[in-house]
Design a protein around this ligand. Structure first.
Ligand SMILES: Nc1ncnc2c1ncn2[C@@H]1O[C@H](COP(=O)(O)OP(=O)(O)OP(=O)(O)O)[C@@H](O)[C@H]1O
Ligand SMILES: O=P(O)(O)OC[C@H]1O[C@](O)(CO)[C@@H](O)[C@@H]1O
Ligand SMILES: [Mg+2]
Length: 499
């Protein structure tokens, strides 16, 4: 997809989104029906000014360039569809996330109530539903209370993506607005659908709505469902804390989701204050020796008598296989760490009691909380305004708190990860007072992918010069599996084969 960059004075650049007029000529336009809609008659200004844009980096140096901007979302004066001409469809793909049903509801209600669109189809079970399933007609009445339920009423799936079959189905069904709700993989698929639609010269708007509890989609402030997931994780952390403080030398260990991005673990830790140590994929760690996890556990237990550890599923990078979409699927890092800690302290005089809690699916299967519900409404309405105005090939989302249209290629080029040299991780380290694992002793076995340590741009430059920011001292070797792949739980109840 060719970037559409519009430059201006003072180093201003608009990273614009595609529009029907880029590849279709002489399309008729119509006055936006919102002009006569009672909901909008109270607003001072019905429409967003064509030249309104939102800056990507809020913090600017006084002498620096104005930088990259994105097109501001909102209703436009002219629309490219008459209401009865529209056949819209909605699809949800990837893993579950709180708020999916709210977005579906708000798309259906928004299309109908704001623009008078009645013909709205639900695509069942993700991308493959386009060609393998019948559609589900959606009306404000049928979706009225779905936001109170977790999951997605449309169903979802991984894999099953075949561009030509999907676009054939769009064409055959006369669909001209496609709303695609999903994570990074889904947005990649949406981008390819958009390119195929454009190649075929179809007047079909393809708009993505970013979804993921992992918060791994770049550019946007955060993805919907993330706050709810962090809130739900508190229940598991509270339970782990209660268990740990009720016994002598109690350790509560909680595993949270996050394949490559440790945002849930980081924010759940910051929110809780009962967590003593947070382990994420972006920050490789080590167990033995000075500054290692065992030493820290021993110290905390001696000082406080108990401790809580939160670990993200991708920390330590124990990859087992791939899911149908090609994503990494991990061995249970929580079980592995439980085993390692128990084994280590069995050899010492410290008699520990460790309880392991795995709430991973519970935190994403719940309905959205109040703030995520509001956020979902704004996303859905932004998507509708964009599609009606002829924008396509884009994702909607907030940048510095203002909703924008962002070209697909910007949200799929690289995942959003915790930058361990940025302030947020420093805040966490200061809050838990845990080791940073930045200075492993010689010969320490590092858990996790050192070559993927994420540095902020400035820190990366600095580190290239003096190599002081990464735990990648050349004396270290990466050992992904330094314990036997096969080991038994110390409670003896089950033997685990983690291969
Ligand atoms: N590069 C790609 N090109 C086309 N389609 C893709 C691509 N990557 C993933 N998809 C499709 O997108 C859908 C969802 O992808 P995936 O399972 O990775 O979830 P996701 O959207 O990243 O959501 P999450 O990771 O938050 O659960 C799947 O049907 C998958 O086949
Ligand atoms: O079991 P599933 O559905 O493949 O989902 C697991 C993955 O989905 C997510 O919740 C979202 O990508 C990840 O955190 C997790 O690794
Ligand atoms: Mg994903």
């Amino acid at each position: 997809m060719e970037p559409k960059i519009v430059t201006g004075e003072g180093g201003y650049a608009l990273d614009d989104v595609p529009h029907f007029s880029d590849y279709l000529t002489n399309l008729p336009t119509y006055p936006n029906p919102l002009q006569t809609n009672p909901s909008y008659s109270v607003t001072k200004q019905y429409f967003v000014d064509f030249d309104d844009t939102v800056v990507q980096k809020a913090v600017q140096h006084k002498d620096g360039p104005r930088g990259i901007h994105f097109r501001r979302q909102g209703p436009r004066q002219k629309v490219y569809f008459k209401p009865d001409e529209v056949t819209a469809c909605i699809v949800t793909c990837g893993g579950l996330c709180p708020g999916l049903n709210t977005v579906i509801r708000e798309l259906v209600c928004g299309l109908d109530y704001m623009y008078g669109v009645k013909n709205i189809l639900g695509i069942e079970c993700g991308y493959k539903g386009f060609y393998a399933r019948n559609t589900l007609p959606l009306t404000p009445k049928t979706v009225d209370s779905i936001h109170k339920r977790g999951g997605t009423i449309l169903g979802t799936s991984r894999g099953g993506y075949v561009t030509s079959k999907i676009v054939d189905s769009i064409q055959d069904r006369g669909i001209n607005q496609v709303y695609i709700i999903g994570g990074d993989g889904t947005q990649k698929g949406a981008s390819v659908i958009y390119q195929e639609v454009r190649k075929r010269g179809l007047k079909v708007a393809v708009v993505g709505i970013p979804k993921t509890i992992d918060n791994d989609i770049p550019i946007i402030d955060k993805s919907f469902g993330f706050d709810t997931a962090v809130e739900e994780a508190q229940r598991a952390i509270n339970a782990a804390h209660t268990e740990a403080e009720s016994v002598e030398n109690g350790i509560g260990l909680v595993k949270l989701m996050g394949r490559d991005s440790g945002f849930i673990a980081m924010f759940a830790t910051l929110a809780s204050r009962d967590v003593d140590c947070c382990l994420i994929p972006e920050s490789p760690f080590y167990l033995e020796g000075e500054g290692g996890l065992y030493e820290f556990i021993g110290r905390r237990l001696r000082e406080n008598g108990h401790m809580v550890i939160v670990i993200a599923e991708g920390a330590g990078e124990k990859v087992e296989e791939r899911d149908p979409s090609g994503n990494k699927a991990f061995k249970d890092v929580g079980l592995w760490l439980s085993f390692m800690i128990k084994e280590h302290f069995a050899k010492t005089k410290l008699n520990i009691t460790l309880k392991y809690i795995d709430p991973t699916y519970m935190i994403r299967a719940v309905p959205a909380n109040a703030s995520d519900n509001v956020y979902c409404t704004i996303l859905a309405q932004s998507a509708i305004h964009g599609a009606m105005a002829g924008y396509t090939g884009c994702t909607v989302g907030p940048v510095n708190g203002r909703q924008c249209y962002i070209p697909f290629y910007r949200v799929i080029e690289k995942p959003n990860k915790v930058v361990i040299t940025d302030r947020m991780w420093a805040r966490l380290l200061s809050s838990t007072n845990q080791p940073s694992f930045m200075h492993p002793p010689k010969g320490a076995i590092i858990e996790g992918k050192q070559d993927e340590v994420v540095l902020s741009e400035s820190a990366a430059e600095e580190s290239n010069e003096n190599e002081k920011c990464t735990p990648t001292s050349t004396s270290l070797s990466i050992h992904d599996n330094h314990v036997d792949d096969q080991y038994s739980m110390s409670n003896g109840s089950s033997e685990l084969l983690l291969k």
